[in-house]
Design a protein around this ligand. Structure first.
Ligand code: ZN
Ligand code: ZN
Length: 144
């Protein structure tokens, strides 16, 4: 299913991203709390918000797999690279070699299809690292 034309990565992977961790880091990069996300997604059938929080926590902890429908909803709340997520899910299921983990920034989980954009400039990779230039040189005054 997944097309690969990838050689072994020449960069150093310092974080083993899982689908849940990827979602968690993307959420945090967007500066959303789990409760914020729970409040913004709809569920079928209607589930109380507190239950949605726990359910999202389980997804981020990789205790439950994230369904295509949920991915669809999460992608409306914060930016996701769906191909990265699919690759991580395939690795988690043992269907893809972990050596083919996509390159993901270890701080913000951006990827080449989903770079950080500040002003009109997209981030780039720091040579040989799983780190993007936006995280390597954070703008001063951007208190987290
Ligand atoms: Zn980054
Ligand atoms: Zn970036």
């Amino acid at each position: 299913m997944i097309m690969t034309n990838i050689d072994r990565p020449s960069w150093t992977r310092t974080v083993d991203f899982t689908p849940g961790l990827y979602l968690k880091v993307r959420r945090r990069t967007t500066r959303l709390e789990i409760a914020d996300v729970a409040a913004r997604i709809g569920t079928i059938p209607h589930v109380p918000e507190q239950d949605r929080v726990e359910w999202l926590e389980r997804i981020e902890a990789d205790l439950v797999p994230v369904s295509p429908n949920t991915i669809d909803q999460l992608a409306r709340v914060f930016r996701l690279d769906l191909q990265v997520l699919a690759a991580l899910a395939a690795i988690a299921r043992g269907e893809r070699d972990a050596a083919l983990t996509p390159r993901i920034c270890r701080i913000c989980a951006c990827s080449w299809r989903l770079p950080c954009v500040r002003g009109h400039e997209a981030c780039a990779w720091v040579d040989g690292q799983d780190l993007c230039t936006a995280c390597d040189h954070p703008l001063s005054g951007a208190a987290a």
